[in-house]
Design a protein around this ligand. Structure first.
Ligand SMILES: C[S@@+](CC[C@H](N)C(=O)[O-])C[C@H]1O[C@@H](n2cnc3c(N)ncnc32)[C@H](O)[C@@H]1O
Length: 374
């Protein structure tokens, strides 16, 4: 292969061949892993072995290329000739080395693929059947701390108007319960393939802590509240958190007409008055798109969801305008996703692995991250 390389131009052409070969293999392995439980293990293993080979061959190519360049420099007549050579090779040298940096990530990607192969026939329930005593004790302590923080962040008391209108004040659902439901809802959205962008709405967001928390899962996170002073508090929180992808706004859940814009809608019994609460539930279900994920962690909804035309996926996660049979089907599909909650990250430069990484993330799998030392 290197015999063909006589100079930087040939090196760049060779780099292109490696890149294209690898791109094809990555596309093929990506096509397999998106099949989840239906992926062909043998095909994935064969493709991984081919990628192993490309990575190994490329290291050899780069080594020999550097040797060739070294030899050329050694033969140079003087310092100026060395400088000319380096200038000539500059771009090829940078690009070929940069590709090696990309290839160094293969071990991480290979582990990511292996994890999906190993889990392809397994189902992880949306909720933990028997949470461990240790976990429960830790979550309960953490929930208390969150309640303190919640009270500090929203010191506003309920307005007379909100009280007269039948609203509940800003009473927080325990943080750990919220994350259990959100995680389950997130996996359902992944199973549905509704990945980008995912829009979340908290109906009755109070001081906005849940809107802020939902950013960890969804691309856009929004909250509405009846009470102006709560909305101001929520806005200030989101502003201080520099949460450009989140917003809070004033609206009455009983008249709001934008429910159809969201993929996941969370409502934790905002309204005290039973009749109005049912009205709100009917309005939400009527306006949303079929299959919208509803998270409603309170007893009344548990009793009413079927009559409202929703199916229960699991726990407090429901699907609007969906039969129970279909909701059960979505639960099984969601249980086949991984459990990683992908970190929203700043736009990164695409690499050769981007299609594989994105597809894995859309299935609930992510690369192991290096843990910082401190
Ligand atoms: C029980 S708290 C829920 C707070 C937060 N969503 C949580 O889960 O921690 C209910 C919130 O709903 C708001 N709310 C009550 N009725 C409402 C209505 N008709 N429209 C909009 N918000 C309402 C209240 O002001 C309050 O902030």
């Amino acid at each position: 292969m290197l015999d063909r390389v006589k100079g930087p131009h040939d090196a760049l052409a060779e780099l292109q061949v490696f890149r294209e070969t690898l791109r094809t293999h990555v596309a093929e392995v990506t096509k397999e892993i998106v099949l989840r439980d239906k992926m062909n293990q043998k095909a994935v293993e064969t493709l991984c072995a081919r990628i192993d080979l490309v990575v190994r061959d490329y290291s050899g190519f780069l080594r020999r290329l550097n040797t060739l360049r070294g030899a050329e420099e050694a033969e140079a007549q003087d310092r100026d000739a060395v400088v000319d050579l380096r200038r000539e090779w500059g771009i090829a040298h940078a690009r070929t080395n940069l590709f090696q940096v990309e290839l160094n990530q293969w071990s991480l990607m290979k582990a990511l693929v292996a994890k999906q192969v190993a889990s392809r026939k397994k189902r992880v329930p949306l909720y933990e059947a028997r949470p461990s005593g240790l976990g429960v004790a830790q979550s309960s302590a953490s929930d208390d701390v969150f309640d303190w923080v919640h009270a500090i962040l929203n010191p506003e008391s309920q307005s007379d108007d909100a009280f007269q209108s039948g609203c509940f004040p800003d009473i927080a659902l325990p943080n750990s319960r919220f994350h259990e439901h959100l995680h389950a809802g997130y996996r359902v959205v992944l199973a549905q393939g509704r990945t980008q962008p995912m829009r979340f709405l908290d109906v009755g967001c109070g001081g906005g802590l849940k809107v802020l928390s939902a950013r960890r899962y969804f691309t856009r996170s929004e909250g509405l509240d009846y009470q102006d002073s709560y909305v101001d508090t929520a806005r200030s929180l989101l502003e201080r958190a520099k949460a450009d992808d989140a917003k809070a706004f004033q609206a009455d859940a009983l008249t709001f007409d934008g429910y159809g814009d969201y993929d996941v809608i969370y409502f934790y019994r905002p309204i005290r008055d039973d009749q109005k609460l049912v009205e709100m539930e009917q309005r939400i279900v009527e306006l949303v798109r079929p299959g919208t994920v509803l998270i409603a962690p309170y007893v009344g909804f548990e009793a009413r969801f079927a009559g409202l035309g929703c199916g229960r996926v699991a726990g407090s996660v429901y699907l609007a305008k969906t039969s129970q049979k279909d909701a059960d089907r979505w639960r099984r599909k969601a249980e086949q996703t991984g459990v990683a909650v992908v970190h929203a990250e700043d736009e990164r430069v695409a690499t050769i692995w981007t299609p594989l990484l994105e597809a894995s993330r859309n299935s609930g799998y992510d690369v192991e991250r290096f843990k910082p030392l401190i």
